[in-house]
Design a protein around this ligand. Structure first.
Ligand code: HEC
Length: 312
């Protein structure tokens, strides 16, 4: 399934050969990334055993460290190529807000790669000169811990925060268990749809959806399997909605419409499994646009029969 998913990402219309190649390399990030993590963990393990059986395990640890450095470099390059394909902020921006999981994963992973590379170089020099190995060995343990954290943030990006949910369940009993997978809606931000005013679809909503959403949810790309150029699919939603038994747009009830939660989301909602739309922070809808969308849905989301939205 993952392969099909990435094959879809890689097959983008209108991209140059180099861009498509970059997409393919990026798509391999999830496949390659466990390799350096395992290698650095092995390095730490070998060092632990090395306390008792000295020399041989030192050699193994050094070997694993070099392998981890090469693997980490590959994984980081692939990760940077993958992010824009998943709709995250531009490859060279700092991400959307310092609290976002992507920010932690991206910069944690990049720092980890530099750390492992530096440790490998340090170990190499220290082994040749026969100087103390304490420093780089301590660094290997630190790097293995950091690898655990970076991996956790990466997993949170793809699967949601299973670990925190699971830990919460262990310690909080059944109450928290019921929360897992529940809609992370916040009653404080729930909408009151009473007194909704009519908004003209063709004048206000159509240009908004075409301008801000169609590039990722239209005929050429369907992020999350979602396209909103036709009424039926726009209302139904994509993979996220269907996996939660929800709909993207529920006419007359903006509060039950997942789309509404996503366009209003802030960067820190990322942690709660609500992904802000559009993903790039500088392209979010204005307050007026949000009000118009909400009013349109509240008024029953009128969509002219048979109308299919087209890119400009
Ligand atoms: C740059 C690409 C991009 C743009 C532009 C974009 N989205 Fe998304 N959209 C995504 C991605 C990626 C996901 C999947 C979310 C995730 O897993 O992080 C998504 C998911 C969604 C979903 C959930 C669909 C489901 O699976 O049920 C909705 C609803 C949505 N977007 C609405 C919008 C709206 C409305 C706009 C315009 C205001 C918009 N998006 C603009 C990339 C984009």
């Amino acid at each position: 399934m993952i392969i099909v998913h990435f094959a879809q990402i890689a097959a983008q219309d209108g991209a140059t050969f180099l861009e498509r190649l970059g997409n393919l390399v990026g798509a391999l990030h999830p496949a390659i990334v466990h390799f350096p993590v395992a290698a650095i963990t092995m390095a730490a393990l070998a060092l632990t055993l090395g306390w008792k059986f000295k020399r041989a395990f030192d050699d193994i640890a050094f070997f694993c460290l070099v392998v981890a450095a090469l693997g980490a470099a590959a994984a980081v390059v692939m990760g940077w190529l993958l992010a824009p394909q998943l709709g995250y902020a531009g490859a060279f921006s700092l991400g959307t807000g310092s609290r976002s999981v992507l920010f932690l994963h991206r910069w944690g992973g990049t720092s980890l790669c530099l750390l492992i590379g530096a440790l490998a170089a340090w170990a190499w020099v220290s082994r040749r000169r026969g100087t103390s190995s304490r420093g780089w060995k301590a660094g290997v343990f630190a790097a293995a811990l950091l690898a655990g954290a970076v991996g956790h943030w990466g997993g949170t990006l793809t699967h949601g925060d299973l670990l925190t949910d699971a830990l919460g369940n262990v310690f909080a009993g059944n109450e928290a268990a019921q929360d897992v997978g529940a809609n992370p809606k916040d009653p404080d931000r729930a909408d009151d749809d009473s007194g909704a005013v009519a908004v003209d679809f063709e004048q206000t909503i159509q240009p908004l959806l075409v301008g801000a959403c169609l590039s990722c949810h239209g005929p050429t790309r369907q992020k999350s399997g979602y396209r909103l150029d036709g009424r039926q699919q726009a209302f139904a939603g994509g993979e996220i909605s269907s996996s939660r038994g929800e709909r993207a747009i529920v006419p007359g009830d903006s509060d039950a419409s997942r789309l509404m939660w996503m366009v209003r989301a802030q960067d820190d909602d990322f942690d709660r499994d609500i992904y802000p739309m559009p993903p790039a922070a500088d392209q979010r809808l204005t307050t007026e646009q949000l009000q118009a969308l909400r009013a349109w849905i509240a008024a029953g989301a009128p969509w002219p029969d048979g109308l299919i939205l087209e890119s400009e």
